[in-house]
Design a protein around this ligand. Sequence first.
Ligand code: ADP
Length: 319
Amino acid sequence: MKNIAVMTSGGDAPGMNNAIRAVVRSAIYHGMGAYGIYYGYEGLVNDHIEPLTRQNVSRILNRGGTILGSARYPDFKQLDVQRHAANNLRRREIDGLIVIGGDGSYRGALALHEQGIQCIGLPGTIDNDIPSTDYTIGFYTALNTAVESIDKLRDTSFSHRRCSVVEVMGRHCGDLALYAGIAVGSEFIITPETGFKKQETLDAVRKSYLSNKRHAIVVATERIVNVHELAKEIESYTGYETRATVLGHVQRGGTPSAFDRVMATEMAEHAVGLLAAGIGGRAVGLRGKDLVDVPIETALTMEKTVTKKRYGLVGRLVE
Ligand code: ADP
């Protein structure tokens, strides 16, 4: 393979820059040229593609976001648009492409792979919703941000004897809420996996009030329940004055954690190794301590395993 390209697509995530850097440097190591595609599939279709040198990716290790930019571009579902994109790559003699993004971005990568471009998917999303990997690039950084923010909310909740209802991101995956709930000792979590059980939520918070706890925390994944409405219901049912906080996009930013930097670097290096060996159509992931790769189709169709025991931890350990 003579040249390979890298792009970031969908929602940005801390650690994407580490993956971009490792792609470029590994490509050079393997004797290949590296190109950056700006603003995801939209940039690819509009030919916004530029060579990347070792210097272009220096001093980005600690920067959140993505230096290549990202975009959502629904037109990429069209076959003629995909063909045009593949031709833009072929014209530059780019035979391999690494797409860093979520499952939508993987679908785009699969489509391009079917157009004859060797594509590799890297899981870049704070949502941890890619079943072919234990962790996605950005998840742990976003989790740390959420935990830090909830710790701060707890300080003020404690002072005022309040309940905090906190909405975190995650789309269809409850991992951010689950792990944050464990890390902050929340009374209750509401996730797509648990569903919203209103009475259980109210009872858990009321129990906390009746046992004289000075604060309570409920963590909810976005899009399941209106946290402002829920806060009102908790207030009238439990006795706690209750406030809702939506953490929002702060969870996407910030310097990537050491874990995300290392994982992103290793995954990217693995991806380039596959392309250098002429292998495409794979999605890279981490299983336990091992880097793995599976067909992109498999990554898109497999079920995400949920650790029931971990869900049981939330609430059970709250004194
Ligand atoms: P994420 O990659 O974070 O899941 P999206 O679902 O928004 O984010 O997908 C990112 C981009 O991937 C979309 O804007 C689109 O350009 C491309 N994409 C998504 N689904 C498909 C599909 N079925 N076929 C081709 N491209 C797709």
